[in-house]
Design a protein around this ligand. Structure first.
Ligand SMILES: [Zn+2]
Length: 183
């Protein structure tokens, strides 16, 4: 018995609802013009805390909501699709969201970090840079990283936010700004 099996009933209800018929067209422009990057933590699903409905946003999730090379590659691809297939736009906003009480902070423990590096071969220094220790700071750093990424269309705006797991509230720490960098 798989863990997903008990949820198949919910899938049938979803299929019956017909919500999936309301689908944005390729190149994929989500209804709310948003590409959300947030943590894998099950408490930080933007469908919950932003009330996203079907097709509202593209959502990428990484440990800590950190902007990795893979995140930049995917985001650049979607941005390029818009550039190539619908250059008139509308373009979208990439919203980076980090949160309080993040499990990425467990990597602050040198012993745990060393063990993970030993177990996997990942670079220990790189792992040391992952924890969202002060989420307002790490989110600003990731907004700056995205803003400076030459792969990403300069027409994509980038914003940064912190989600508070103790209150359910989202606070903006970096307003969306047009990017001069890139291309
Ligand atoms: Zn987290």
């Amino acid at each position: 018995m798989s863990n997903i099996a008990p949820l198949l009933e919910r899938n049938r209800s979803f299929a019956k609802s017909g919500a999936w018929r309301n689908t944005p067209l390729l190149p994929f422009l989500p209804f709310k013009g948003l590409y959300v990057i947030t943590c894998v933590d099950p408490r930080t699903d933007p469908a919950d805390f932003l009330g996203l409905d079907f097709g509202d946003a593209i959502v990428a999730r990484t440990v800590g909501g950190r902007v990795t090379d893979a995140v930049i590659q995917d985001l650049s691809y979607i941005a390029y699709l818009v550039e190539a297939k619908a250059p008139e736009g509308p373009y979208f906003e990439a919203a980076v969201i980090h949160h309080t009480d993040c499990g990425s902070r467990l990597l602050e423990d040198p012993e745990l970090r060393h063990g993970f590096a030993e177990r996997t071969g990942y670079d220990e220094q790189m792992l040391a840079s992952l924890p969202a220790t002060v989420p307002a700071d790490t989110v600003r750093a990731d907004v700056a990283k995205l803003s400076a990424a030459p792969q990403l269309s300069p027409r994509i705006t980038v914003s940064g936010h912190v989600y508070d797991t103790a209150t359910g509230l989202l606070a903006t720490v970096a307003e969306p700004s047009e990017r001069s960098a890139g291309r």
